[in-house]
Design a protein around this ligand. Structure first.
Ligand SMILES: Nc1nc2c(c(=O)[nH]1)N[C@H]1C(S)=C(S)[C@@H](COP(=O)(O)O)O[C@H]1N2
Ligand SMILES: [Mo]
Length: 307
């Protein structure tokens, strides 16, 4: 399945021999459970822009600079502490306004899905950004299985609650645990919205949200919730962790928008992870450069009000 055939993220960056062999590894890792063959893995380049300076962020940078507040508010400590998270076996519950609620283990789920590459820009609300080759599948393909009712207007996601492994779930009151996020149903079923199980051709590292995380590339990074155990289809807009903690700073929509400043800093530009100290910041784009694909979802909304 091809969303965009003209990659602006140069193809050689993710098909070099090392990455290719890594991709074979991830396929091997999923081989028992996935129908995809080594050659059957599709590649999806999305979010074309005119900026041909874009390259994939080095994997080591992405793996060692993480936001995972269940473990720590420090990006290096969260990377280390996350290694203690038990992720096997892993179950996911899908419930709410659906005809067929389900409880699946990850292996069962992967059996039903074809894993593809999705090379996406990722923009944190803190004004840093990266480009990551994820492996995963479209969320819509999972939602179809449970047959959403017409009353399902929102989707809520919940992270694992395991305070033994995730110390801040006991000791920090900065967020209401477990971490939650949400999307409107048209956002959740948009072809750019994926559930990721891998990156750079390997299983998802624990610190990056293993074994299953959401990726919504046109929204600020906090929407891309990690370690998902529950997906609920709902009639009403759910409360979500960051929005609840600071509604004027972290909106429910959280679409990347350079014209709307965070109350404490500008969103005009971003620091590109992995670039040198002397490299110019990148001009942030509306919808993170995915406007052609997603702007229509918000055509009747005032983006200054619905942040
Ligand atoms: N459960 C959970 N999901 C989360 C977070 C978190 O702290 N806990 N941090 C979010 C934020 S703020 C960002 S920017 C991204 C960071 O993803 P990365 O660490 O893989 O770069 O994850 C998001 N998902
Ligand atoms: Mo973030």
């Amino acid at each position: 399945m091809l969303i965009k055939s003209k990659p602006s993220i140069s193809e050689h960056e993710i098909t070099d021999p090392l990455i290719f062999s890594q991709r074979r590894q991830i396929i091997k890792a999923f081989a028992a459970t996935t129908l995809a063959s080594a050659t059957g893995i599709g590649k999806v380049f999305a979010g074309e822009t005119n900026d041909n300076r874009l390259t994939t962020t080095p994997a080591e940078v992405v793996k060692n600079y993480t936001n995972y507040y269940e473990f720590s508010f420090n990006k290096q400590d969260s990377t280390k502490l996350a290694q203690a998270l038990p992720i096997d076996p892993w179950n996911i519950e899908i419930s709410g306004e659906v005809e067929r609620p389900m409880r699946l283990n990850l292996e069962q789920l992967l059996k039903q899905q074809t894993i593809q590459d999705y090379v996406y820009r990722f923009r944190c609300v803190e004004a840093w950004s990266m480009v990551v080759p994820w492996q995963g599948f479209q969320l819509v393909n999972l939602l179809k299985l449970v047959k959403p009712l017409s009353s399902a207007r929102y989707v809520k996601f919940t992270t694992l609650f395991n305070p033994q492994a995730m110390p801040n779930q006991l000791t920090s009151s900065s967020l209401d645990w477990p971490y939650t996020e949400g999307l409107r149903i048209d956002e959740a079923t948009h072809p750019l919205t994926i559930l990721a199980v891998g990156m750079y051709g390997e299983s998802l590292p624990k610190q990056n949200g293993a074994p299953l995380r959401l990726i919504v590339p046109w929204k600020y990074g906090f929407k891309s919730i990690k370690a998902i155990v529950k997906i609920e289809l709902l009639k009403d807009q759910p409360n979500t962790a960051w929005n609840q903690a600071a509604p004027n700073e972290y909106g429910f929509y959280a679409n990347v928008n350079p014209a709307v400043a965070h109350p404490r800093w500008s969103q005009h530009s971003e620091r590109v992870l992995g670039s040198s100290f002397f490299t110019a910041r990148r001009e942030t784009e509306l919808f993170n450069g995915y406007g052609e694909q997603v702007a229509d979802l918000y055509r009747d909304m005032d983006l200054r009000r619905f942040i």
